[in-house]
Design a protein around this ligand. Structure first.
Ligand code: AMP
Ligand code: MG
Length: 403
């Protein structure tokens, strides 16, 4: 059976060979958060565009503003003032943060290290050339590549786009991800469930995970555990870039997802991974769509989506797949799990005290969503080290939505 890492590598490899056209969309910069850039953005001018003072103080010639020296102050320069005159020898000028340093000056002395009497200024310290000035063009040159195709747009990237005047950005359209839950017991959340029914929470969590991951969720509701209904709804889902199914992939008599997919011509890359929860996870391709069949127990659905579906969304988005952001922490309560499978247990990571530490939460197994709301991470118990003592270091996978 594949390890979760091998399974992820298969997802990454297959997603990269996915040959759909990748449509683009032009978005105002303020709406582009989480999109992936489909164009290069170049810097429009020098940054900073002028020699910029980083402090409130006095612009000087460093060689003149020695400790104890006194210079005559010739006026002031505010941020936004146009500066055309050079600083005359033997003088200084008051300057504000963000203002342009006049030619002739080569340092700014912080106001805290000066004394002002009338129009003379005395300097308390030695002055170093270049201090408190960021010189023109030192952050970026006109024409430099500011943001490259394939970059995921976070707040800093959006700020750079704004800085260089790229008010709208050509981005890849997010991949459309169809969600189809399965099960005769599953009812829409707007209905009152019968005594043996359960509400369709997986479609809700999957839509949230798809959005967080950078995809566009397309909800197809629920299919009954019957070949005709499953077949019709799966065919509908195959029109999107990715189809994610929940339930119906285990060994039960009514777990029909894999056989229905096969009947529709699917090619499978794996149908089991050595993890718990999530062992019967299925990944394949059918009629040009990537297909994930995730086990229906809600925590299994969430874990397997995070492990396997996110890299496919990244790649179909035009970006590199994000690595799993494991953190290291000290285990505070010993653990014993079944060997042979890598476990992902709902756990609580905290930073009180000197170093991050973590403990697994008590839970009723992979149907227990309530336990997951108390968790901020999954604690990974390796397949070959299922017996872990308190005090040992473990790897934890943060819940991408809350940490
Ligand atoms: P399955 O993978 O179909 O064997 O389902 C495993 C468990 O997950 C069963 O207890 C199901 O009732 C539950 N389950 C399946 N689909 C959903 C869903 N959409 N929302 C919540 N629970 C589900
Ligand atoms: Mg089922």
């Amino acid at each position: 059976m594949l390890s979760f890492d091998q399974a992820r590598q298969l997802v990454i490899g297959q997603s990269k060979t996915h040959t759909g056209s990748r449509p683009t969309i032009s978005l105002p910069v303020s709406d582009a958060l989480g999109h992936v850039l489909a164009q290069d953005i170049r810097t429009d001018r020098e940054y900073p565009p002028f020699d910029r003072s980083t402090r409130d103080g006095y612009a000087v010639r460093a060689s003149e503003a020695t400790q104890g020296a006194t210079l005559r102050c010739m006026g002031e320069i505010k941020a936004g003032d146009s500066v055309t005159e050079a600083l005359s020898p033997g003088t200084c000028i008051q300057i504000m943060t963000g203002a342009a340093v006049p030619s002739g000056a080569d340092a700014v002395v912080m106001i805290e290290f000066t004394r002002r009497e009338g129009d003379t200024v005395t300097f308390d310290r030695q002055t170093q050339p270049g201090q408190n000035i960021v010189s023109r063009g030192s952050e970026a040159r006109a024409g430099d590549l500011a943001l490259a195709v394939g970059l995921r747009l976070g707040f800093a990237e959006l700020a750079v786009a704004a800085q260089v005047g790229a008010a709208s950005l050509c981005c890849y359209k997010k991949p459309r991800v169809a969600i189809l839950s399965t099960g005769d017991e599953v009812v829409p959340i707007t209905e009152t469930p019968g005594p043996f029914h359960i509400r369709n929470s997986n479609s809700v969590s999957l839509a949230a995970q798809i959005r967080l991951g950078g995809g566009e969720p397309v909800s197809l509701g629920n299919a009954l555990d019957r070949v005709d209904d499953l077949s019709a709804k799966i065919e509908q889902g195959l029109r999107e870039d990715i189809l994610v199914l929940s339930g119906g992939v285990s060994m039960g008599k009514y777990d029909l997802v894999e056989s229905v997919l096969k009947g529709l011509g699917a090619e499978f890359f794996f149908d089991a991974v050595a993890i718990r929860p999530g062992k019967p996870t299925v990944f394949g391709r059918c009629r040009g769509a990537l297909v994930f069949g995730l086990p229906g127990n809600p925590v299994s659905t969430m874990v397997t989506f995070q492990l396997f579906a996110i890299p496919a969304i990244d790649i179909l988005n035009g970006a590199e797949p994000r690595p799993l952001p494991f953190l290291e922490a000290t285990l505070t309560e010993s653990l014993r799990e079944k060997p042979g499978l890598t476990h992902f247990l709902p756990a609580r990571l905290d930073w009180s005290g000197s170093a991050p530490h973590v403990h697994a939460l008590r839970w009723q197994g992979s149907g227990d969503i309530a336990a997951l709301t108390r968790a901020n991470c999954f604690l990974m118990v390796p397949a070959d080290h299922p017996d872990i003592s308190a005090g040992e270091k473990v790897s934890v996978l943060p819940r991408s939505d809350v940490l």
